[in-house]
Design a protein around this ligand. Sequence first.
Ligand code: ADP
Ligand code: MG
Length: 399
Amino acid sequence: MNIHEYQAKELLAKFGVPVPAGFAAMSVEEAVAASRQLPGPLYVVKAQIHAGGRGKGKFKELGPDAKGGVRLARTEEEVRAAATDMLGNTLVTIQTGEAGKQVNRLYVTDGVDIAKEFYLALLVDRATGRIAFVASTEGGMDIETVAHDTPEKIHTFAVDPATGFQPHHGRAVANALGLKGDLAKQAASVASKLYDAFLGTDASQIEINPLAITDDGKLLVLDAKVGFDSNAMFRHKDLAGLRDETEEDPAELEASKYDLAYIKLDGDIGCMVNGAGLAMATMDIIKLNGMFPANFLDVGGGASKEKVTAAFKIILADPAVKGILVNIFGGIMKCDIIAEGIVAAAKEVNLSVPLVVRLEGTNVEKGKEILSNSGLAIVPANDLGDAAKKIVAEVQKAA
Ligand code: ADP
Ligand code: MG
């Protein structure tokens, strides 16, 4: 689960991380009111979307010469103008894809005089299973470009969970950023607080870009991207309210309500499978037969008829789906339950694309009988290879 910059900064501030003052705003009037509560003379109006690159982004509605999603303002009128330009419009950045994202929230924050910008991130290093710091003096810009062109400017090191964050980790961050004296102390302190925040919230990433030195020698977090491990969210009921469902894929959101593991992909064949391993194998064999899966969907081990129905509806609601392959191994999950779910859903939503079903395992005969008695145009398959061949053939025939 990802959150907005303003939420990330409020959260980090609770752990003692230094951030500039600021307020979220949902309307132009709220943005102006927010600026009145800040000292000035410089304000920054920032579009809140779950994507970076806002500063260099472009609004679809405003044309190529208009400014991006991070704007400096010196007067109330400038704050008003920036807010009016952004709210309700679609911001396209290198991270949003061409479709862009609609801006529904703003953050109005203190503008600071920046002497230098750094990059500092914490993430889980999957190779070592440890929380790792990534630090670079090349902040404020696209870190992927830095990693590609000048990898020697990116420093990484992991923290041993047995010792936790130690003073030497703080010094390592300060060194990586080339800081000495008081600034080195500030960097070590920020790093330690970020580590506490990461552990304390079961984060999956905290990315600060830029971490800035101000003209008066203070280290400040100017942009923060925070994501949490969804599997740990049950431990953080207080964080659940930070979720912004408008930022999520509607189908994935619907799937999460039924506890289905669903991920939208780019191909044509919708897949409904039980078990992640079987789902991967099914996707592979579709590719082997020359087409691509439209989604990954694992209905899980003990799915009910309702869950199967919901899964089926989600697949069918995707306009990209030209055919559906159901591949179920009935273990705990019985084949007749699956068959009932498929029939119920197909009747409810008016099945308009070819459907191939491969069932195997517990109550398989009962399941096959339900399908063949349903009156629906379901193509039965004997095994996985057969199923993949058949769905590809059916889709090509229908095209
Ligand atoms: P994004 O990464 O989405 O483009 P940032 O928050 O990093 O958005 O803002 C882009 C740039 O705008 C920063 O690198 C920084 O130079 C400037 N900026 C952001 N916040 C402030 C601020 N509070 N005061 C002054 N400049 C800022
Ligand atoms: Mg940034």
